[in-house]
Design a protein around this ligand. Structure first.
Ligand code: MN
Length: 207
């Protein structure tokens, strides 16, 4: 089984925030990569499965190469749909900030993100996160935000709601940040997670 690395107090805080939130925004850094988009969409699918209205808002347009990911077409790029994205941030009752450690990483979306009254949960693996979120789940020893998201979902007892679509997104994130498991990839837990994602029905040869 997986080692437990996320503190129970933080899991509990996220569980409570989720319990009283309906409109949830998930965001990530500008020039999003496979980890930023994969962990965001993976979370989005699971939140949708528990009946939440979850939207992924990115600072700019995600790269074409990630369009194959389930849910990618529903992403709202702030740079393109600024008013709509601003409204989503403003109306949200919870915001997940994934795969970045500083508000500067969301570029021109910074003010709208910072000024939203919604509580913020940071899930990230970069060093020295800024203190802008209400709950900070920061584990620089983890190879990707996507594997950290998988761990968080398991701790929230949402493992059973990770479907094939969510699994594809999470796998893509894990793969991206390890160069297809060529670096930062000695943690045995990585392969435990991959095994679980394959059981969820992903075809890793097609990703
Ligand atoms: Mn990353």
């Amino acid at each position: 089984m997986l080692r437990q690395i996320i503190q129970e107090s933080k899991v509990k805080a996220v569980r409570e925030l989720l319990g009283r939130s309906e409109r949830i925004v998930i965001t990530c850094h500008m020039s999003p990569d496979g980890d930023a988009i994969g962990s965001s969409l993976g979370l989005m699918h699971v939140l949708a499965a528990i009946g939440k209205e979850a939207r992924v808002v990115t600072p700019d347009i995600p790269p074409q190469i990630l369009r194959f990911l389930p849910g990618a077409k529903d992403i709202v790029p702030y740079s393109k749909y600024t008013d709509f994205a601003r409204q989503l941030l403003c109306d949200a009752d919870l915001i997940f900030c994934l795969d970045f450690n500083s508000l500067y990483r969301v570029d021109h979306m910074r003010d709208d993100l910072a000024s939203s009254s919604a509580p913020k949960v940071l899930v990230d693996h970069h060093q020295d996160p800024e203190d802008f979120a209400d709950v900070i789940i920061s584990h620089p020893d983890q190879s990707s935000t996507a594997i950290l998201m998988f761990r968080l979902l398991c701790r929230l007892e949402l493992f059973n709601l990770i479907d094939r679509k969510a699994a594809m997104c999470i796998y893509t994130g894990m793969m991206t940040d390890t160069g297809n498991f060529s670096y930062n990839s000695n943690d045995p837990d990585l392969y435990v997670v991959i095994a679980e994602l394959i059981r969820k029905g992903i075809n890793k040869d097609e990703i």
